[in-house]
Design a binder for this molecule. Structure first.
Ligand SMILES: NC(=O)c1ccc[n+]([C@@H]2O[C@H](COP(=O)([O-])OP(=O)(O)OC[C@H]3O[C@@H](n4cnc5c(N)ncnc54)[C@H](OP(=O)(O)O)[C@@H]3O)[C@@H](O)[C@H]2O)c1
Length: 330
C-alpha cells in the first residue's frame, strides 16, 4: 500500500517521502482500517520532530506519518467487538496511508452518515470542547481566543455560541471582507491595525471587568497582556505554541488576581478513550453533526500530493485544514 513515511527526525518537508510498504497481519485485538480521510494538523509535525512526550515517539525505519483519521473497518481480529463496515475515527499512529492497523480500544465509532471530512477533524472537535469546559466560563461571560482563524479557535467559538458565552477573537490580521461573524465571535481584535493596547481594548469590550477566560494557541507578548487583563479567578488555558516568542510575568500578576494557568493536552494523545467517555463522545458527535456546525476544510489531497499538502499546512494554516482523502465510499 502507499504511505507517507520518514526515517529520521527532522523538518517535515525534509524527511517525509511517499513509498510502497506491506502491512503485517492484524492481531486478535486489532482491526484493519481502510482510510477515508486523514487530517494534517500541527501535532503531526510535532510528532515528526520528536517533540511529543513518551510514548508518542516515531519508530524507524519507515515510521508512517499522521496520527488521526477516519475510515472503515475492513477486517477484525478474533477478539474485536465492532463489525466489519463500521465507520470509525482514531487517534493512534500511521494515518497517512491507505490502510492502518489499529487496536480496537483506540477507535471511536461514528454514525455512518457523519460527514467524512468532519470526521477526520474529530481530534480538534474533542479538543475544542475540552478547552471550553476547562476555562469554566459561563453564559454571558467573555472568553478570549488567540489565533482566531485556527481550526481550534473556530470550533471553540462555535461551541461557545451554543452556550451563550461571548467570544473575543484575536487575529494577526483580519482578511479583507471578514468580520467577527466569520470567526463566530462577538468581537474581533485585529493586531495589525490596533491603535490602543490590547489591555485597553479588552477592558473597553468587557466594561472594565476583564475577560473571564483565555484559550491561547500562540504564546508571547499577547498572552502576557491577556493574563494581565483577566478577571479575578479566571483560567488561562495554554493549548498551542504557534509563536517562538516567550512571555514574562511577575508573581503578582497571578497571585493577586488568583489566575490559574493550565496546559491542555488532547485527552486521547497518550491514552485511548475510556468506556465511560461514551456519553461525552456521543454528545460531541450529536452537536457537530448539524450542517450549521462548520469545520473549515481548505483543500483535500491525494497522498501523492503530500509535498503540497504539508507545505500548505505549515505556511498557510489559517485557511482551513488540509486533509488526505482516499478512493472509495464510506
Ligand atoms: N494541546 C493540544 O492537545 C492541541 C490539540 C490540537 C491543536 N493544538 C494546537 O492548537 C494550535 C492551533 O492548531 P490548529 O490545528 O487549530 O491550527 P491551524 O488551523 O493550523 O491554524 C494555525 C493558526 O495559527 C496562526 N499562527 C501561526 N503562526 C503564528 C504566529 N507566529 N503568531 C500568531 N499566530 C500564528 C495562524 O494565523 P493566521 O491565520 O494569521 O495565519 C493560524 O490561524 C496549534 O498550536 C496546535 O498545536 C493543541
Amino acid at each position: 500500500m502507499k504511505a507517507i513515511v520518514f526515517d529520521h527526525i527532522g523538518a517535515p518537508a525534509d524527511v517525509l517521502y511517499l513509498t510502497d510498504i506491506s502491512l503485517p497481519e492484524i492481531k486478535d485485538d486489532e482491526v484493519l482500517v481502510r482510510m477515508v480521510a486523514s487530517s494534517i494538523i500541527p501535532g503531526d509535525f510535532l510528532f515528526i520532530q520528536n517533540m511529543y512526550p513518551e510514548p508518542k515517539k516515531p519508530v524507524f525505519p519507515q515510521q508512517i506519518g499522521g496520527n488521526h483519521g477516519s475510515g472503515i473497518i475492513e477486517k477484525t481480529g478474533k477478539d474485536v467487538r465492532l463489525p466489519v463496515g463500521t465507520f470509525v475515527f482514531f487517534t493512534f499512529y500511521n494515518s497517512w496511508a491507505e490502510y492502518a492497523i489499529i487496536p480496537e480500544k483506540w477507535l471511536i465509532e461514528l454514525p455512518q452518515a457523519y460527514p467524512a471530512l468532519k470526521a477526520s477533524q474529530m481530534v480538534n472537535l474533542i479538543t475544542a470542547w475540552d478547552l471550553l469546559e476547562l476555562t469554566g466560563v459561563k453564559k454571558d461571560g467573555w472568553l478570549v481566543l488567540t489565533a482566531g482563524y485556527s481550526s481550534i479557535s473556530l470550533l471553540v467559538a462555535q461551541f461557545a455560541n451554543t452556550l451563550g458565552i461571548k467570544i473575543i477573537s484575536i487575529v494577526r490580521k483580519l482578511r479583507t471582507g471578514d468580520s467577527h461573524d466569520t470567526l463566530h465571535a462577538d468581537a474581533v481584535i485585529d493586531l495589525s491595525v490596533s491603535q490602543q493596547t490590547l489591555r485597553s481594548e479588552l477592558l473597553q469590550l468587557t466594561a472594565n471587568q476583564g475577560v473571564n477566560g483565555v484559550v491561547d494557541n500562540v504564546g508571547g507578548k499577547v498572552l502576557e497582556e491577556l493574563i494581565r487583563t483577566t478577571a479575578f479567578g479566571s483560567k488561562v488555558i495554554i493549548n498551542g505554541n504557534m509563536s517562538v516568542d516567550k512571555f514574562e510575568l511577575h508573581n503578582n500578576d497571578i497571585l493577586f488576581n488568583s489566575i490559574e494557568i493550565k496546559p491542555y493536552i488532547y485527552r486521547y494523545l497518550l491514552a485511548p478513550p475510556k468506556p465511560e467517555d461514551k456519553a461525552f463522545l456521543e454528545h460531541i458527535i450529536r452537536i457537530t453533526s448539524s450542517r450549521d456546525f462548520h469545520v473549515k476544510i481548505a483543500v483535500t489531497h491525494q497522498l501523492k500530493d503530500y509535498e503540497l499538502a504539508v507545505s500548505a499546512s505549515l505556511y498557510k494554516s489559517g485557511d482551513g485544514k488540509h486533509v488526505f482523502i482516499f478512493p472509495g465510499d464510506h
